[in-house]
Every structure is written in C-alpha cells, then in structure tokens.
Design a protein around this ligand. Structure first.
Ligand SMILES: [Zn+2]
Length: 205
C-alpha cells in the first residue's frame, strides 16, 4: 500500500457527518447581506451609509453581555477566556470565541494583554487538534458585531478539503448541528487540553 493512498477519515464526527448529502444553504444565504439565494450571485453594490450603527458594547461597555460570567466559558486565565456552545451544538467539531476578560477593543487593549494572545492561539490550535476529528484550527477576527476584541477559532475536520480556507465558516452554517453529547465531549477535550497548560476549565460551572 502506498503511503499516499487515501481512505475516509473514521472518527465519531466523521461517522455522524452527512457525507454525500447536499446541504441546505438557503438559510445562510438569506442571512448574508448582499447575497441572493436564487443565483448565489451578488446583489448590486448597496449604498454605504455612515455613520454606521454602533456595535454591541460600543457606546456603553456596561451593556455588553459578552463580558459577564457565562456558563459557556470553557476556559479562562487571568487575561483571556475561551467560550463555546452558546448557540447550541455547531456542525464543525469545535468553534470557540476568544476574548480578553476585560472589555477592551483591539485599538486600546493593553500591550500586556495582547502579548498573551499568540501563545494562547498556539495552545487553542493544539487543544482543538486533541479532538480526533480535527486536522487544523483556523482563526478569524472580524469584530463587526461586538465592539470588544474577540477572535474565532474554527476547527476543520480531517480530510475536509472542501473546507480549506475562508469558506470554512460558510460550511459551518450549512452543516447540521452535531448531537449534544458529541459537542459536550469535544468541549471537554478542548477545555482540559487548555487547562493542562494553565488557567481553569469551565470556571462558571
Ligand atoms: Zn464587554
């Protein structure tokens, strides 16, 4: 057998995933501003109105719900926290939100806090890959919804060549939600792997 011979990935997530089915993307496309469902083409470039509406927590940080203690925090240390599962189970094996514990924007975050970010990304990447189904963990930072600095971690399933790169979040919204117990197991795996390097798993449980 050649070293390069390929076979279907065989993990709990892969056995559950609806491989071969055409997924329903209509809900996603309706939610994407500017996308038309029928043709999956672009609508005319819309007028760009300024000033933009303030983002969540932009005007009054005390109104920001994201900074309050949450049962969805799967790990935290003194500076950073990782949350997951707040919208129920995802389709991908793991999706996490990474944010400082204090309400800061990227523009004004203390350098001491920022200095901890890249080492944390390294740890989250390794923790995500502790889930057997995961090949790689990607990171994104958009910050159009909430003003406070936050990043997203997306775990790409092993062998999912269709999910390489920036299309992965789109696939995530089309995949069905995985079973609750599978999500719980995956979050336990990530949280315990992170806590093994410091900090606390599930601090608000
Ligand atoms: Zn906040």
């Amino acid at each position: 057998m050649s070293d390069h011979e390929q076979h279907p990935a065989d993990t709990g997530w892969h056995r559950w995933a609806p491989i071969g089915e055409t997924l329903d993307s209509s809900g996603v496309l309706e939610g994407l501003s500017g996308m038309s469902v029928a043709a999956f083409g672009l609508q005319p470039l819309a007028p760009m109105l300024v000033p933009e509406k303030p983002r969540g927590g932009e005007l009054d940080p005390s109104e920001c719900g994201h900074c309050r203690p949450s049962e969805h925090t799967i790990w935290q240390d003194d500076e950073w926290r990782v949350s997951a599962g707040f919208a129920g189970p995802s389709g991908l094996p793991f999706i996490g939100a990474i944010a400082p514990r204090s309400h800061v924007r990227l523009e004004d975050a203390p350098i001491e806090v920022l200095a901890g970010l890249v080492p944390l990304l390294q740890r989250i990447s390794e923790a995500g890959k502790a889930i057997p189904a995961v090949a790689r963990v990607h990171f994104s930072r958009w910050n159009d919804g909430s003003a406070r600095l936050h990043l997203w971690a997306y775990a790409r399933p092993a062998g999912m060549m269709q999910g390489r790169g920036a299309i992965l979040p789109f696939w995530e919204q089309c995949l069905p939600a995985m079973p609750d117990d599978m999500m719980r197991e995956n979050l336990e795996t990530v949280a315990c792997a992170l806590a093994a390097g410091g900090g606390e798993a599930f601090p608000n449980r």
